[in-house]
Design a protein around this ligand. Structure first.
Ligand code: NCD
Length: 307
């Protein structure tokens, strides 16, 4: 039997499909009641082998808002993974109990393996330091609502570009649009992995620059994408402590920024954006959270063939 369509990497969606998802999410935001029974009788399983607040709860909120139901676990310790069960066997089992699965896992590639053994669609809700396609859909919906377009935008990615999976996925998605320019702002040790630079940025001919100096590139940016230093992916705590406060966005640092800059952050924030910035009209990260619920509603309908 053929495996159903999953979403493991953002590039599995064409730019046309992304436009459709953005349009669908916008329709849902305008009239949520019209979608309240689209998933009546359907079940989503959320299998989270790593901590999460927004991603898991937004998937669950999305499914419940569509009239569906949810089951799952939020830590590996409470599943049979703790007894040594493989991802393949877990997903074979859970796909007998559900119509769609969202999975987060610390190992890169685990959701891909899951999708190969699942009877139902699997959504990658973050795999190690690799990818996070539904955060990217959230980011794209935010960008579209803030800027009205995807083309001709200069994006600054700041912080942990090495382990930040949301960065890798958003760079992949944006590299397909005309006129995308990218500034990569990070400490030397947390630079973007060379596979993303070579296979995504260079292959698609995106103009990019690497720097350690956020303020130097600030005036050019349309989007500033701040990220947390990914403590859980470090081999030793000393390195984390040394690097964790490399960038702290304050109102002073925004002095040279465009008036219509959009500041995004996938959250959770630790220390990298001063809370004083939250009141600045350019701060979009809490709006971004709301968008995450609606784009996930659109994605669930798409993968269940319910558009
Ligand atoms: C991100 C993640 O899990 O990669 N969070 C999220 O899903 N919104 C970012 C992060 O944890 O830093």
């Amino acid at each position: 039997m053929e495996n159903p369509r999953s979403l493991i990497d953002i590039l599995e969606l064409s730019v046309e499909e992304i436009d459709e998802l953005v349009a669908c999410a916008t329709r849902i935001m305008e009239n949520p009641a019209a979608f309240a029974h689209k998933c009546d009788g359907k079940i989503m399983a959320t299998l989270f082998f790593e901590p999460s607040t927004r991603t898991r709860l937004s998937f669950e909120s999305a499914m419940l808002s569509l009239g569906g139901q949810v089951l799952g676990f939020s830590e590996a310790a409470s599943s049979s993974a703790a007894k040594g069960e493989s991802v393949a066997d877990t997903v074979r089992t859970v796909s007998c109990y559900s119509d769609i699965i969202a999975m987060r896992h610390p190992k890169e590639g685990a959701p891909l393996v899951a999708s190969m053994h699942s009877l139902v669609p699997v959504i990658n809700a973050g795999d190690g330091g690799h990818n996070h396609p539904t955060q990217t859909l959230t980011d794209l919906l935010t960008i579209h609502h803030e800027k009205g377009r995807f083309e001709n935008l200069t994006l600054g990615f700041c912080g942990d570009l090495k382990f930040g999976r949301t960065v890798h996925s958003l760079i992949s998605a944006m590299s397909r649009y005309k006129g995308t320019r990218v500034a990569l702002i990070s400490p030397e040790e947390l630079k973007l992995p060379s596979y993303v630079k070579k296979e995504i940025l260079e292959r698609s001919g995106v103009e990019y620059a690497q720097t350690t100096d956020l303020e130097a590139v600030m005036p050019e940016l349309d989007i500033l994408y701040m990220t947390r230093v990914q403590r859980e992916r470090f081999f030793n705590e000393e390195d984390y402590l040394r690097l964790k406060d490399s960038y702290i966005l304050t109102l002073d640092k925004l002095a040279g920024a465009k008036e219509d800059l959009s500041i995004l952050h996938p959250l959770p924030r630790v220390n990298e954006i001063s809370v004083a910035v939250d009141k600045d009209p350019r701060a979009c990260y809490f709006k971004q959270v709301l968008y995450g619920r609606y784009i996930r509603m659109a994605l669930i309908m798409k993968l269940l063939g319910l558009e």
